[in-house]
Design a protein around this ligand. Structure first.
Ligand code: HEC
Length: 158
């Protein structure tokens, strides 16, 4: 009885992990899906800002400021559990991922790209609510930082 309770308590404590492992196939699939969800958050907020910048959506200062603040928050997520060794696009058994092995062989380079995004998204967060022109001029730096990392560290879409 005591033993059973202990196992149940332990399972309870590990519940989330156990579920994640049961649903996924590879050992790194949770991390891969977690980082992809983070990037989806980048894309969602950039989509709103891009639509306003291109005139496809009316500029709204509050909405622009919020989307830029969200992007800046997501750009500053701690990511240490999202990039385990072996979770790249070349290692068999992983969930679908476009993360190139270069991320692990050139980690300082990735950090530099990541910092470029943080710097640009901080500027965007400060400017996006200050009118359409301010939004437009702060968007470029963020777009460049996305592309800068994708060019070197993300595989082409298959
Ligand atoms: C430091 C590098 C880096 C930066 C900066 C970066 N990305 Fe990415 N992005 C990646 C990598 C690597 C992947 C592939 C992740 C994977 O498939 O495991 C990715 C994937 C994505 C995806 C696809 C997610 C999915 O569901 O598979 C989107 C969308 C995306 N990025 C948008 C953006 C946007 C928008 C920005 C800028 C605001 C940005 N990224 C900045 C490296 C970066």
């Amino acid at each position: 009885m005591i033993k059973k309770l202990t196992v149940a308590a332990l399972f309870g404590a590990l519940g989330i992990t156990a579920v994640a492992i049961a649903q996924d196939e590879g050992p790194h699939d949770g991390a891969i899906k977690g980082r992809q969800a983070m990037f989806q958050t980048y894309g969602f907020n950039m989509g709103i800002l891009g639509a306003m910048a291109k005139g496809k959506m009316d500029y709204n200062a509050d909405m622009a400021a919020e989307a830029a603040a969200n992007l800046n928050a997501a750009a500053n997520f701690g990511q240490s559990a999202m990039w385990p060794e072996g979770s790249d696009s070349e290692t068999p058994g992983n969930a679908k991922t476009r993360a190139l092995p270069a991320i692990w062989s050139d980690f300082p380079g990735v950090l530099e790209k990541s910092k470029a995004l943080k710097d640009a998204s901080a500027v965007l967060a400060a400017e996006a609510g200050n009118g359409l022109d301010a939004l437009k001029s702060a968007m470029g730096g963020v777009g460049d930082s996305c592309k800068g990392c994708h060019d070197d560290y993300r595989a082409e879409k298959k």
